[in-house]
Design a protein around this ligand. Structure first.
Ligand SMILES: Cc1ncc(COP(=O)(O)O)c(C=O)c1O
Length: 386
C-alpha cells in the first residue's frame, strides 16, 4: 500500500514504546505507576451519569443529531457569561466531537497547502498534527522557562508573521503547566491584528488553575472575537473524555465554516451527550472545585515529595500535569524516561515528544491518587535514579 505523505506526521512511536514496555513490566509482576496519559481517573459527576443512563434508554435519541440543540447552545452561552463574563451570540457557538477533532476541522477551514501556522513548542501534538493534515507549513514558537513558558511575540520573525494564517495558543498549558496573564492576551490580540493572523486559543484547562487564581477566556479581551475562536472541552473539567464533548466559540465567520465542515463529516453529537453537556454545564460548581482541588493537591504532594528527595521541580500553576526538568546526571529525557521505568515502574512522558523545546524535561500526568503518588516518590527515593 502507498499511503499519503500526511500519514508520516502521525507517528506515535514513543507512546507505542511506552505501552509495550509497560505490558512487559506488568507481566513481570512490577507495580507500574502510570503518569503518562492525561486521562482523568476522577469519576464524573453523579448527575451526569444518571442523565446519561436515562437518555441512552430513549429510542428517539438515536437519530442523527446533525446540529446542536438550542439547549446546548444556551448552556454554553450561559457558561461563558457566568464563568468568564463573555457574551456570546447563537452564531458564535458550535459543538465539537472533542477538541482534537475540532483541530483537524478548523485546520481544514483555514489552511491551504503551504500556509504558515504558528504553533507553540513544546505543545500538545494535535496543535501541529491538525494543521499538518491540512498541508500547513509549521513554524514553531519556543516556550522557554525564562519567559515563564509564554510565547515571545517579539521573537517571531516579521516575514514569518506576515505569511502566517493561524496561530495556536493554549494556557493553562499542556505540557508546561504555565498560565498566562491578561496582558499576554492583550499583546496576542494586537499582534494577530497587526499581521492579520487568525487565533485559536485552546482553553481545555480553564478550570484547573491553582493557588486561588481563576482561569479566564481569551474572548474576554476586546477585539479577540474579530480575529479568533476558543476551544473549550468538558473532557478534563468534568472528567468525561470518552464522551468527546467540546465546543468552539468566538468569531462567527469561523464558527460558520466549522458548521459547514461538520455537516459534511460528523453529523453532530450523539443527543444523550448533548444533554450530558447541558447537565454538566448547569451542574453544581462543587464538582468542578473537587476536580481542581484534587489535581492541585496531587501536584503539591508530588512536587513536595520529589523536592524533598533532591529532584527539584516547580509546582504546576495549572492543568493536570507536572513539567519537570530531568535530573542533572541525565543528558536525554528519553534515556531518563526508560531508566525511570526500569528502576521504579514509574511511567512519564519524555518532553522531547512534545517538540524540540521539550528536550530535557518529562511530563508527569496527575492521574494517580495521592497514595500512589507517594509510593512513586518512595520508589524513586530507593532507586539510584537521582
Ligand atoms: C491542550 C489540550 N487540548 C485539548 C485536549 C483534548 O481535549 P478533547 O478531549 O476535547 O479532545 C487535551 C487533552 O489532553 C489537551 O491537553
Amino acid at each position: 500500500m502507498i499511503f499519503s505523505k500526511k500519514m508520516e506526521n502521525l507517528t506515535s512511536a514513543i507512546f507505542t514504546e511506552l505501552s509495550i514496555k509497560k505490558a512487559k513490566l506488568i507481566s513481570e509482576g512490577i507495580d507500574v505507576i502510570d503518569f503518562s496519559i492525561g486521562t482523568p481517573d476522577i469519576p464524573p459527576a453523579p448527575n451526569v451519569i444518571e442523565l446519561l443512563k436515562n437518555e441512552v434508554g430513549k429510542i428517539e435519541n438515536y437519530k442523527y443529531a446533525i446540529t446542536d440543540t438550542n439547549e446546548l447552545i444556551n448552556a454554553v452561552i450561559d457558561w461563558y457569561k457566568v464563568r468568564y463574563d463573555v457574551k456570546l451570540e447563537n452564531n458564535e457557538v458550535v459543538s465539537l466531537l472533542g477538541s482534537q477533532s475540532g483541530f483537524e476541522q478548523l485546520s481544514m477551514t483555514l489552511i491551504d497547502a503551504g500556509d504558515v501556522v504558528l504553533t507553540p513548542d513544546p505543545s500538545y501534538p494535535i496543535f501541529t498534527v491538525g494543521p499538518l493534515l491540512a498541508g500547513a507549513e509549521i513554524h514553531r514558537m519556543p516556550l522557554l522557562k525564562e519567559n515563564d513558558y509564554l510565547i515571545d511575540f517579539d521573537a517571531i520573525d516579521e516575514n514569518i508573521a506576515k505569511k502566517a494564517k493561524l496561530m495556536v495558543v493554549s494556557y493553562p498549558n499542556n505540557p508546561t503547566c504555565a498560565t498566562a496573564p491578561r496582558d499576554f492576551y492583550i499583546k496576542l490580540v494586537v499582534f494577530a491584528k497587526k499581521y492579520n493572523i487568525s487565533v485559536l486559543h485552546d482553553n481545555a484547562y480553564s478550570e484547573l488553575v491553582f493557588d486561588g487564581s481563576i482561569g479566564g477566556s481569551f474572548l474576554s479581551i476586546p477585539g479577540a472575537k474579530d480575529i479568533g475562536i476558543e476551544f473549550n472541552s468538558l473532557s478534563k473539567t468534568f472528567s468525561i473524555p470518552g464522551c468527546r464533548i467540546a465546543f468552539a466559540v468566538g468569531n462567527s465567520e469561523i464558527i460558520s465554516q466549522l458548521k459547514t465542515i461538520k455537516s459534511h463529516v460528523d453529523y453532530g453529537m450523539f443527543l444523550p451527550f448533548q444533554k450530558a453537556a447541558v447537565a454538566a454545564l448547569y451542574g453544581s460548581n462543587d464538582y468542578v472545585k473537587v476536580v481542581k482541588n484534587t489535581y492541585q493537591r496531587r501536584g503539591t504532594v508530588l512536587t513536595d515529595g520529589l523536592n524533598k528527595i533532591g529532584w527539584h521541580i516547580d509546582k504546576p500553576k495549572g492543568s493536570m500535569f507536572v513539567w519537570a526538568a530531568i535530573p542533572p546526571k541525565y543528558k536525554s529525557d528519553l534515556e531518563f524516561t526508560f531508566d525511570l521505568m526500569d528502576k521504579t515502574g514509574v511511567i512519564v512522558v519524555p518532553g522531547s515528544s512534545f517538540g524540540e523545546h521539550g528536550k530535557g524535561f518529562v511530563r508527569i500526568a496527575l492521574v494517580e491518587n495521592e497514595e500512589r503518588i507517594l509510593k512513586a516518590v518512595e520508589s524513586i527515593k530507593n532507586s539510584n535514579i537521582l
